[in-house]
Design a protein around this ligand. Structure first.
Ligand SMILES: [Zn+2]
Length: 268
């Protein structure tokens, strides 16, 4: 058999195997769907498509879209004209450049975030990342490095995984961006921010983060986008931004799944 014919028959076999594997995978999904019909990620009602929310839960999410504050990403009720900033950004300018979030933090978002944090549902991270990718489109233009807000290693052992890292990895996969969870470390175990006032939150996380000694070399001039589940007062991402700036990084943005919007505040 001439060499080309051997190659053709090999490629043919590979194609047959690949088609067979795809058919098996489809069949596998079909069988799994029969055994475990897909359910809503938030309320567990049956749904037609896996890894998503039912119509009722999805309708409760309040997606953030323009017009919003160009710095903090806080949605404006009405368009205030180009360059108009939110009162929050004017009163207390953050050290990072921009923050964006996919949804406002309400009951539906809280359910998703708490499932993501404590429920061990990696498919939820993919769902959230699918909403975060378009909501953060301003931030992806020059191929930044995604850096999840780190957990202290003792807390990661307790929780088994870091929900921010799950979000950052899922987002990196969708956007084909680098993700480097090792760039910042939580060097001090902090109290959970839940129930603390703004001032207490700031003190709680101040100086708690350390940038990797090779940070600047690892970034090679690229900007950083910090990734977290919820932006509340912003004290955690502010503390990390300070640590990054001390280490020589100056372009830092923040991307979260949800953000607290005044008027929709919930105790967390
Ligand atoms: Zn639902």
């Amino acid at each position: 058999m001439p060499h080309n014919a051997v190659m053709d028959s090999r490629q043919g076999l590979v194609k047959v195997f690949a088609a067979g594997a795809r058919a098996l995978a489809r069949g596998g999904t079909f069988v799994l769907d029969q055994l475990y019909p897909p359910t809503c990620l938030a309320c567990h009602q049956p749904v037609t498509q896996a890894h998503t929310l039912c119509g009722a839960c999805f309708a409760q999410l309040r997606h953030i879209s323009a017009p919003y504050c160009p710095i903090l990403g806080i949605p404006f009720g009405v368009a205030l004209g180009p360059g108009a900033l939110s009162a929050e950004a004017l009163a207390d300018p953050p050290p990072f450049e921009r923050a964006r979030a996919a949804v406002a933090y309400n009951d539906a978002a809280r359910r998703i975030v708490s499932l993501l944090k404590y429920g061990d549902h990696p498919e939820l991270a993919r769902f959230c990342a699918r909403l975060m990718a378009p909501a953060g489109r301003d931030l992806w233009t020059d191929r930044p490095v995604l850096v999840p807000v780190p957990l202290h290693f003792t807390r990661r052992i307790e929780r088994r995984y870091n929900q921010s890292a799950e979000l950052a990895h899922a987002l990196a996969k969708i956007l084909d961006l680098p993700c480097d969870p090792g760039l910042v470390r939580r060097s001090r175990r902090t109290r959970q921010q839940v129930g603390l006032t703004g001032d207490q939150r700031r003190r709680n996380v101040s100086g708690a983060f350390t940038a990797h000694p090779d940070l600047v070399a690892r970034l090679r001039g690229r900007r950083v986008v910090l990734v977290d589940d919820v932006l509340t007062t912003g004290s955690t991402v502010v503390a990390i931004t300070h640590a990054l700036k001390r280490a020589g990084v100056h372009q830092i943005d923040v991307m979260t799944f949800a953000r607290v919007v005044i008027g929709l505040d919930l105790p967390i």
